[in-house]
Design a protein around this ligand. Structure first.
Ligand SMILES: Nc1nc2c(ncn2[C@@H]2O[C@H](COP(=O)(O)OP(=O)(O)OP(=O)(O)O)[C@@H](O)[C@H]2O)c(=O)[nH]1
Ligand SMILES: [Mg+2]
Length: 409
């Protein structure tokens, strides 16, 4: 007896999914040799103590500061550069967003008055606009995502997506069935910088609802990025849940085959592929350490995401479907892109920016900070301490804040 069409479709989708899964798991990734990061002299094997316990001042000059009216909100010839504070946010997160705004305005933006850009997949409510306007003197823009940037792409099979979400959920992957979460991760990975309102914008500081900022910052962080040739700035460096990205590294290596010339030299490949500290993570992620910059905080140059190398990488991943058949996050995707295609010297740890997104902190030892415990990495369960991947970053790339030994004595 012939199978009914929906059953045939389902059977086909299931077959396809298992082929995808098998391919991801079995493929033996091509290896890429001889690539290392800089700062050999400052390498640390592990952290004997959290560097956030050491006194933290500002990063090196040049630093651009408030001087008279140079950063007034209404100054048409201000010293601001082409940059914005950027939040993808839902109307119902208004209170949590205001919490983040208040902290960032108090510690930094009331001095520098960079514009805010709020982005949503549906129109912002009048209440959202009215209430957020109360918390900044700077310009605020409210933007909607073009449908074609947010929708699940036509090549994604919905039946297969549902089945894979069931499997991911069985493995404890959070938000596996939440379609909008997958869409958000894809949008943050490869779409946000294509938004028409951002096309002529270069730098952004990503701000999520319900995050905290603890330290006064007295210099223009965007000019810091530009003046010091920085591409990307992070505060927290973590391990990911390997179950959510099982096929990401095999797909990355498939993309890289025959493209070794496009890798940055130096690059952070060793940080991406470490298997010493958490071998199980590396094994489950098929060769990827799962180390990533926690992308709910990012200060970065959008021209990097717009580069042909990253754009081709994102396109490849997007076509492979793992934003929907697995739960590839924008944090590992951005981080792998950076690890491969950016000079690690252009990646900056904003150690001086005290930050919390539950359950992790970056809390430096500085008189400029209030409200967090210096050196505390998490206020959650003890096992969360294992999620810290900074030791690997220091080991392979270096700690730019480390005091050279001669000076330390
Ligand atoms: N407009 C809009 N924003 C979203 C949607 N889903 C997530 N976001 C935003 O995307 C960012 C990340 O989403 P979160 O839900 O915080 O994801 P997360 O940080 O991994 O999860 P939590 O640990 O629960 O905070 C936040 O700024 C959200 O406001 C959505 O469907 N629409
Ligand atoms: Mg969040």
């Amino acid at each position: 007896m012939a199978m009914a069409k929906p059953i045939r479709l389902m059977a086909g989708a299931t077959m396809l999914f298992f082929v995808f899964l098998l391919f991801s798991m079995m493929s033996s990734p091509p290896s890429i040799d001889g690539l290392t990061g800089p700062n050999e002299a400052q390498k640390m094997d592990d952290m004997a103590r959290d560097p956030n316990l050491d006194e933290t001042l500002e990063p090196p000059e040049p630093l651009h500061r408030v001087n008279g009216h140079n950063y007034d909100a209404d100054n048409p010839t201000s010293d601001r550069i082409n940059a914005t504070l950027l939040s993808l946010v839902r109307n119902q997160e208004l209170d949590q967003l205001i919490q983040s705004m208040k902290d960032l305005e108090r510690t930094w933006n009331h001095k520098f008055n960079y514009p805010w850009t709020f982005i949503n997949d549906v129109p912002f409510t009048e209440e959202f606009k009215r209430e957020t306007r109360k918390h900044s003197n700077a310009e605020i823009r409210y933007e909607i995502i073009p449908k074609e940037h947010w929708e699940i792409p036509s090549w994604i099979n919905k039946d297969m997506m549902k089945e894979s979400a069931d499997l991911l959920a069985d493995q404890g992957v959070q938000y596996a069935h939440l379609e909008s979460y997958h869409q958000m991760c894809r949008w943050n990975s490869g779409m946000f910088y294509k938004h028409p309102a951002l096309l002529d914008m270069q730098y952004y500081w990503r701000v999520e609802p319900n995050v905290h900022f603890f330290c006064d910052i007295d210099y223009d962080v965007f000019r810091y990025m530009r003046d010091h040739n920085k591409t990307y700035g992070f505060t927290v460096n973590l391990y990911d849940s390997p179950e959510s990205i099982a096929g990401l590294w095999p797909e990355t290596l498939r993309f890289l085959a025959n493209k070794e010339h496009s890798l940055a030299k130096p690059n952070a490949m060793n940080w991406l592929t470490d298997k010493d500290r958490r071998p199980e993570h590396n094994r489950k992620a098929h060769g990827y350490s799962t180390c990533h910059f926690w992308s709910n905080f990012e200060i970065a140059d959008m021209n990097f995401w717009r580069s042909p190398e990253y754009e081709a990488y994102f396109e490849h991943l997007d076509r492979a479907g793992g934003f929907f058949y697995e739960r590839w996050g924008d944090a590992p995707v951005h981080s792998i892109g950076l690890g491969l295609f950016a000079d690690p010297n252009s990646i900056h740890w904003f150690k001086d920016i005290g930050y919390q997104h539950i359950p992790f902190f970056n809390c430096p030892n500085s008189p400029k900070c209030k409200g967090c415990v210096k050196g505390r990495f998490t206020d959650g369960e003890a096992w969360l301490h294992r999620e810290d991947c900074r030791p690997n970053w220091f080991k392979y790339v270096g700690n730019e804040w480390a005091v050279p030994e001669k000076e330390a004595v």
